[in-house]
Structures are given as C-alpha cells and as structure tokens.
Design a protein around this ligand. Structure first.
Ligand SMILES: [Zn+2]
Length: 445
C-alpha cells in the first residue's frame, strides 16, 4: 500500500445507501447543533424559524431546516468579527487562512478557514485526485497563481497528500508554463476546461508544440465550468492533450463535493462529507427520482468556522439513472456533472435557455475553434440572440453549408434561431480561468 491508497476508503465509499443515510443524519445533527450554539447568524435564523437541535430526529426532518444562500452570506459579512460577520463560529484568533469566492458575478463571499478546516479541505480534494487515478508516481503541474482563491491551494495540498510531486506554475505566462511542463515531463495537470483548451491552442499556434505528441500529460482534472462533463468539450480536451480528462465539482463555501471515478459514469457525490439535495427550481419540491433535475441544496458536515448548512448553491444538477457504478463506490451519481447555474438559465423569446447547450453544439463541430460568444439583446419588444464562432483556418469548410448545419443543430438543441457570425480564427476573447462567453444585454425588469 502506498500513501495514495489511503484515499480509497472502502469503509465509507462502499457503505450501503441506508448506512450512508444513517451516517449523514448523525453528521447533520452534529453540524446543526454546532452552528446553533456557535454562530449568532445561524442561531437567529433557526430561532426565527422555531427549530432547535432536538427537532431533528429522522432524516426527513432535515427539510424543515431553513435554507441559506449567497445573498445572505453577502449581507452579513463586512461586520464584526471582521470581515466575516456573525456566521463565524470559532474565535477569530483560530482563523488561519483567508479565501474568497471566485464567481463571475457580484461581491465575493469571504471565507475563513481554521487549521483543522484547511486540513479537511485538502483531505476532501485528495479523494478527487485518487479517484481520477493520480498516484505517487505523478508529477502534477498547476498552471495558476492561486492567490486569494481556494481551489488550487486545496489541489496543491491534496496532491502532496496523495504523494504526487507538485509543480506550482503560477506567475509564469502561458508559454513559459508550457515550456516548463515539457522540460519537467509533467504527467498531470489541474485547470478549468477553458484554460485546458486555451493552453493547447497556445502550444500549437505560438510555440509550434503539439501537446498530444510532445508533452507527457496523460491525466487532467478539471472543474469550475460545466465543460468537463459536456461530451464535445471533453473530447476536444482529450484529443488536444492525448490525455484522459476527469471532472469534479466544488465551491469555496461548500468544499469539493463531487468527482468522477475512472469508470466515468457520472459525478459521484462525496456523501461521507456532504449531503446533497435536489429541489425543483420553481416549486422547491424535493426531487429524488433518477433523471430528476433541479437546484442543488448542500450541507457540508465537518467544516466548522463557516458552516454550510442547506445552502442553495443555484447549481443545476440531475440524478443519474445509474444506480451501481462499476468502481464499487456506493456514493450516488449525478448525470452530466454541474450542467449550469439556475441564475444562468434565462428566457429568450419565451424559451428557457441554458448556455451550456450552445457550447455542446459549437464544440461538436470540428470545423469550429474552441471559442464562441453569445449576446442577447432586445430590439423593441423582441429578443435577439447572436452567436459568434471562429472558423479554424485549416478547416476548408464551406461557410454556407456550415452555417446551415450550425443553425439546424442549435435549433434542435435549444429551440431558438440565432444570428450567426463567423469570425476570423483568434479574434474572440481568450480566458484564463472561468470564461464569460454569455452576455445578456437586455434591461432587467
Ligand atoms: Zn464510480
């Protein structure tokens, strides 16, 4: 047994579902009681709702506990104990790390970690790396400056726990990172889908390096955007790098709660550390049946400074119809990972549109580049949606025929008609972490 093997925990990861539920109820009671007694924010929330620790007796009682969301977190922060406000559940002296959320909209949420919480964060990430097949023989390159954001710090510490050799590739620019990866024969990488594609593009076009043939990366872990679970995007990444790409999911306030295993039959929820509920986006009803889709409500059991209890993350997820994964884990599966955010789903011409659906169509067309841009505007009373794509220089495609194919596939997938524009390769914006390819310029009512 190597160091890495302790991140395969058959005692927890193969527990029968009934046993897991018992464990989750026990852990839920414990974090609820902790927050009730130690966080003035949670104490006030629960007193107002008339619920206290003794009221949680059976699993279904959990749904009586009021939900929280990001707007609440923003409202309480910036006050004493500064800057976290009354959610902080430990003395400020015990906080050893500051982090903040990296979302693309709104004021960031501040996140405190105690030393123990930080250990937990890195531990939970180590299960991801192990499930993706990283071992102590890997040299993992992390092409980011981690700064005030949590994700890649946790990846770094987790990789050490698994026994990988970690190369922190921050500060360097993209070309320098690629050259360093080649020089060191890095075998793995952790990045957002946008940057995995962007690096491959830079390697080919700026350095004349074919990553699939000239670099040694064979395993890539991605998160932060839906791409890792969108088949067309995953295929582009795997072809560009000659590597296997594995998705996982997490967020600053929640921790890293889901991961693919090497069987790749969906995203396993780490149910030993988190409780994930799915609720109907409009009615708030609990959704439990396979194929059911809705907004994610998450509880994180063991992180104490900034408890996360029934947090409505607005991520859109879907229960998988697969009940038993061949990897042996009994942790429940989601189909298609995090497919988008409830906030991103928008009505255009009266039709509900999830931006990830456009990505699926664009990236399934081999004649098109990886980048695209969607702009929704309003002319008079009528919505209009424009899509810009890049034509690959070597594609030799007939624009008119391609335009027709693209329009047809978009219509089939999203029920909408688009103004299509083919741009010269390399002219659309490139992004380093999370991309902003969807722009809604309509006035909000
Ligand atoms: Zn599995």
């Amino acid at each position: 047994m190597t160091d890495a093997d302790k991140y395969w925990n058959p005692i927890l990861e193969t527990l029968p579902q009934e046993k897991l539920k018992e464990l989750q109820l026990r852990k839920f009671k414990r974090i609820f009681e902790w927050a009730y007694h130690n966080s003035p924010f949670y104490n006030g929330l629960y007193r107002d709702a008339g619920i206290e620790p003794g009221d949680i007796k059976v699993f279904d009682d959990i749904r009586k506990v009021p939900k929280t969301d990001k707007a609440m977190m923003r409202a309480i922060q910036g006050k004493e104990p500064y800057p976290y406000g009354s959610i902080l559940s430990v003395p400020l002296e015990q906080v050893t790390e500051y982090r903040q959320t990296s979302g693309t909209t709104g004021q960031p949420v501040y996140h405190p970690e105690t030393w123990q919480d930080w250990e937990w964060s890195a531990e939970s990430w180590a299960y991801i790396l192990y499930a993706h097949g990283f071992r102590d023989t890997d040299r993992l390159f992390i092409p980011f400056g981690y700064s005030i954001y949590i994700a890649f710090w946790a990846a770094h510490y987790a990789a050490e726990k698994v026994g990988c050799e970690v190369v922190p590739g921050g500060v360097l620019d993209t070309e320098a990172r690629l050259l360093k990866m080649r020089e060191l024969k890095a075998t793995g990488m952790a990045a957002t889908p946008t940057y995995v594609l962007g690096m491959a593009d830079a390697a080919r076009n700026r350095l004349g390096i074919d990553p699939a043939k000239e670099l040694d990366v064979r395993r890539i872990t991605v998160a932060g955007e839906p791409g890792g679970s969108i088949p067309a995007t995953r295929k582009r990444m795997e072809d560009a790098w000659g590597a296997k790409v594995y998705d996982h999911a997490g967020a600053t306030e929640i921790g890293h709660w889901g991961y693919e295993c090497q069987a790749q039959c969906g995203l396993h929820i780490n149910e030993a550390l988190h409780l994930i509920e799915i609720e109907d986006i409009e009615t708030g009803e609990a959704i439990n049946e396979p194929g059911g889709r809705g907004s994610m409500v998450v509880t994180t059991f063991d992180r104490l400074a900034h408890p996360c209890i029934r947090f409505d993350s607005k991520d859109v997820i879907e229960w998988s119809p697969v009940e038993k994964c061949e990897c042996g884990r009994t942790f429940r599966l989601l189909r298609g990972g995090v497919t988008g955010r409830a906030d991103d789903i928008t009505k255009v011409k009266g039709v509900l549109l999830a931006p990830a659906a456009i990505e699926e169509v664009v990236r399934a067309m081999p004649q098109l580049g990886d980048e695209y841009e969607v702009v929704v505007t309003k002319r008079g009373d009528i919505d209009s949606i424009a899509l810009k794509v890049e034509l690959l220089p070597e594609s030799g495609a007939e624009i008119d025929a391609l335009k027709e194919d693209l329009a047809r596939d978009l219509r089939a997938k999203t029920n909408l008609r688009y103004d299509l524009e083919f741009c010269q390769y390399g002219t659309l914006p490139r992004y380093e972490t999370k991309a902003r390819r969807f722009k809604d310029l309509r006035e909000k009512e």
